[in-house]
Design a protein around this ligand. Structure first.
Ligand code: ZN
Ligand code: ZN
Length: 224
């Protein structure tokens, strides 16, 4: 018997892809055009993006250091942020109570009680998943509204109070200032991309404008 090993890599792992959307391709082009040698310490600008901020666009790579002092990972714009509100069956409780009752309701994880691939594991696992579903129905977290009045208000998105935590309150990885389009990705351009709204033809035109200007800039540099 021959065994085949299938290696699954996340989307965007090797940079530019054959099935890139036109828009992903344009973002990669911008990163490449505006990258300065040696790419601001980034291996591959088409894969990760670059750090850039002027009055036309903002781009940053998705830092994963998790350091609270990192301007990206520990980002805090300084605006007043309300607190999350927790509800169980429509009754408001504090965060600690919500977590504690959630833990009691779900019980131990299947692998904490039973060996994998045993009938007991399968049966318990089945019940556990049903409880998770029930929990998701009964437990609700409301994320607070945020209205930015800070210097970042053109980069960040306001949020209304609701069960949806988005839009992310971290700077986007790409923001077209002319049109207000914002894009977030996870580690690589193209991976788990989120947009503040669907891109329009105006966004495409604005990006193409950036590319033309970058080409012009490079030409000027070469003539010097
Ligand atoms: Zn960081
Ligand atoms: Zn703010």
């Amino acid at each position: 018997m021959t065994e085949t090993l299938k290696i699954v890599v996340p989307r965007g792992f090797s940079g530019r892809m054959a099935d890139d959307t036109a828009f992903e391709g344009l973002i990669r082009d911008v990163a490449l055009y505006y990258a300065t040698d040696p790419f601001d310490g980034i291996d591959d600008p088409q894969k990760y993006g670059i750090c850039w901020n002027d009055d036309r666009f903002w781009m940053t790579f998705d830092c994963q250091c998790s350091d609270e002092t990192c301007w990206f990972c520990g980002f805090d714009c300084g605006c007043e942020k309300g607190k999350c509100r927790y509800f169980i069956d429509g009754v408001e409780v504090d965060g600690e109570t919500s977590w504690q009752r959630n833990y009691e309701f779900l019980g131990k994880l299947p692998h904490e009680l039973y060996e994998h691939d045993t009938p007991e594991y399968e049966a318990y696992s089945h019940q556990w998943k049903a409880r998770v579903k029930e929990r998701d129905r009964r437990w609700v977290t409301l994320h607070p509204a945020i209205t930015h009045t800070c210097v970042w208000q053109n980069i960040l998105e306001n949020r209304v109070e609701g069960a949806d935590w988005r839009p992310r309150q971290q700077p986007p990885n790409f923001c077209l200032k002319k049109t207000g389009l914002k894009v977030w990705w996870y580690k690589f351009i193209g991976r788990d991309m989120e947009f503040n709204r669907a891109p329009t033809l105006d966004d495409v035109k604005a990006i193409e404008e950036l590319e033309k200007m970058a080409e012009f800039r490079k030409r000027l540099e070469n003539e010097e």
